[in-house]
Design a protein around this ligand. Sequence first.
Ligand code: MV4
Length: 504
Amino acid sequence: MFKKILIANRGEIAVRVIRACREMDIATVAIYSDVDRAALHVRKADEAYHIGPAEASESYLRVDKILDVAKRSGAEAIHPGYGFLSENAIFAQACADAGVKFIGPTPASMEMMGSKTRARQEMEEAGVPLVPGTSRGLESPEQAERVAGRIGYPVMLKAAAGGGGKGMRLVHSCDELRSALEATESEAQRSFGDSEVYVEKAIVNPRHIEIQILADEHGNMVWLGERECSVQRRHQKVLEESPSPIVDADMRRRMGEVAVRVAQAAHYTNAGTVEFLVDQQKNFYFLEMNTRLQVEHPVTELITGLDLVHLQIRIANGERLPFTQDELNIRGHAIECRIYAEDPDNNYFPSPGKITLLLSPSGPGIRRDSGMYEGWTVPIDYDPLLAKLIGYGTDRQQAIMRLQRALHEYFVAGIKTNISLFQRILQDTDFQAGRFDTGYLDRLLAKDKVPASEHAPGAAIAAIAAGLFAALDPVSASRKNGSTGGTASAASNWKQKGRSEALR
Ligand code: MV4
């Protein structure tokens, strides 16, 4: 087994990997930029190396600096986490060339899945269900019109080098097609340096459901159930759960078998995720494969009882999968909330700054993967994900109740977070009934919007003023409440004191 692993990442995922390494008696090496000197992953690792300024392009994306740290520290393997260099085939190849094991798939698998047209060609060959469309770049507007006419509007134009919602355009009719194609091509050229664009039939109000797979380096592969990821905003997932409320045992097995077929066609190794679009008739279509450990992997860990990071490391070490598909059981229900440093009252704009007070939830059925601590300053330079709060229960109802309780316990002061959004989602009747698709969250947020003309700030200001008065002058407030002092009010005085401290 490896004796030392470098974690080429930051934040909660770096902490997650460090935890697995500690359990496996593997030493850890952290890297950090200027603004991450005091970050949690740096404090938890055995060693830490400064690699440059805040800009990711000069630090967490610098292949040369990271491999230099691997050499200096004697790390034998690199875990890339998610984001940054995790899906970069050039980085994976550079690791191999430097004699450092990349904990993930081969550069060839990553390249195949990096090009969406290449992936479609290979998957078509393997008999994987695809959304009707082209598996090669469009060669002319006339060809685009022919294909779109044949598959029927609406259609989706997509950049071959895109993915995750980048470089996509919905086209409703033939009139829009030419200008949309030109716009998508020039945007693809600007964003990815590759103007290749293909077309697919647009699935209206789809669900986004993905299958976790694991593959060892001896040809063994398993699927680990699905994750329902439809609750998202602007292609940023907000809440994920497993099982999906709409997937039954038969659909799960069929999706799992297709996901394994995808992985086999890609000669895939290590952990990966196969994304599907699911239409209103529950037909599912291959969309793309993510060649990394994903943010939402904990929900799969909770319903399978596996540790995906341990398994990634063992697979990278050349070991065989320690179980077969038949030996796997899915039990219970897990839901993950992504806690972001964002301001719900300002269009979910990033909200960096110092965390002045932090009260964190725990207790039955709660897992928290966090990269923050009290006194730490959240930098503006990276993804605003602070923590993941995952609720687990014997069924969906219990997972929801436990999460609601834990969210109530969560208190983060000094910065804004999206914690209140989850209370809103979890109490929504459509969410509770499992009735949602990828448009759900936008619709929910639109419901909350009150026209400016209907704002009545006077009542809210009066209520806040009364609350402040009661908190800052507890003696007169408690006299008004008819309190006569003694032991009962001694307890409540502590509460009053806490409240007024929190208001300072
Ligand atoms: C689609 C689609 C409808 N039809 N493709 C967005 C992310 C990228 N991976 C693909 N995406 C979509 N592709 C066809 N042919 C709708 C989406 C889509 C979406 C997909 C997954 C999760 C959220 C989404 C939100 C809007 C659109």
